[in-house]
Design a protein around this ligand. Structure first.
Ligand code: SF4
Length: 289
């Protein structure tokens, strides 16, 4: 279930009424930022039932992007006048999260921040994660890993699960498809892995690699072998999610005067075949995401 800006009305008041004083005015709760969506009862972005907050803004330009409405940091409008994005605060976001706490507890779920690239709104993202963690919620972040080291360091204490995108491991192709160099993403993945390993036995932080697979672009044998080697070199990686291409971004891009790669959605067998191939190339569990 997706909710929009309207559903936020009164959230901060409800949060305060429930006794969560951090909603009031200062500190992390007051940090503001821009969302472009919130999904309730999500079952795809981390374990159990979750609420996912989608933060607007992304520094990458993946040619196959499925959410080009996230690219701009600004609140904008589709051609039909529909508004994309709204301003809110970290306290309001966590207030919305807490409405479904019982479902998280019963299902082993929690909350996830996604994007866009959530770490591009660094202060806002870290404030949400921190407040969620302080409220006792399981936290996950879905990220491309493209962020300054200091932003990764700031987020680390408040993330239980890193859903870390591995879009392409060949540096030249990464630049071609994502329009940014790969170096920071890989360095940050090592940083996250080292942190999670240091915490092993003391807490839950771990990494799941998420693999957007686009037929004919990033799914050749060399790429799959490189993914397998990477996964096995990172002790905190507990699994790999294969995520075959979906053309969801094409229409949204058109409505914003943008353009993304367009191809038919591959059949179910495409993803299943990739799972089998990857499972032979890594010791880690591989599943269809
Ligand atoms: S796929 Fe994700 S990381 Fe890539 S451009 Fe789109 S929102 Fe950004």
């Amino acid at each position: 279930m997706n909710i929009t800006r309207r559903a936020f009305a009164g959230a901060a008041a409800a949060f305060a009424a429930a006794g969560h004083g951090m909603a009031e005015g200062t500190g992390a709760g007051a940090v503001s930022g821009t969302l472009f969506g919130m999904e309730k009862f999500a079952t795809h972005d981390g374990p159990g039932i979750r609420t996912v907050a989608f933060l607007k803004g992304c520094p990458l330009r993946c040619v196959w992007c499925h959410s080009p409405e996230s690219w701009s940091y600004r609140i904008e409008k589709y051609a039909n006048g529909e508004t994309v994005g709204w301003q809110t605060t970290a306290a309001e976001v966590v207030a919305e999260f807490l409405k479904d706490r019982d479902f998280y507890v019963e299902s082993g779920g929690g909350v996830t921040i996604s994007g866009g690239e959530p770490l591009a709104q660094a202060e806002f993202a870290v404030a949400i994660l921190r407040l969620a963690k302080e409220a006792g919620l399981h936290t996950a972040i879905e990220t491309s890993g493209f962020a300054p080291d200091k932003v990764i360091q700031a987020a680390l204490p408040y993330v239980d699960l890193w859903l870390y995108d591995v879009k392409e491991l060949d540096a030249a192709k990464y630049l071609q498809y994502m329009k940014r160099p790969i170096a920071a993403t890989l360095a940050n993945l090592r940083t996250v892995d080292a942190w999670c390993c240091a915490k092993a036995g003391k807490g839950p932080p771990s990494v799941t690699l998420r693999l957007p697979m686009i037929p004919g672009l990033n799914d050749d044998e060399a790429e799959l072998a490189a993914i397998g080697r990477l996964a096995d070199s990172l002790a905190s990686v507990k699994g790999l999610d294969v995520e075959p291409y979906v053309p969801y971004g094409v229409d949204k891009a058109k409505r914003l005067g943008l353009e993304v790669y367009s191809a038919p959605r591959p059949p179910q067998e495409y993803g299943e075949a990739l799972v089998r191939k990857l499972a032979a190339l890594t010791r880690k569990p591989v599943r269809l995401g």
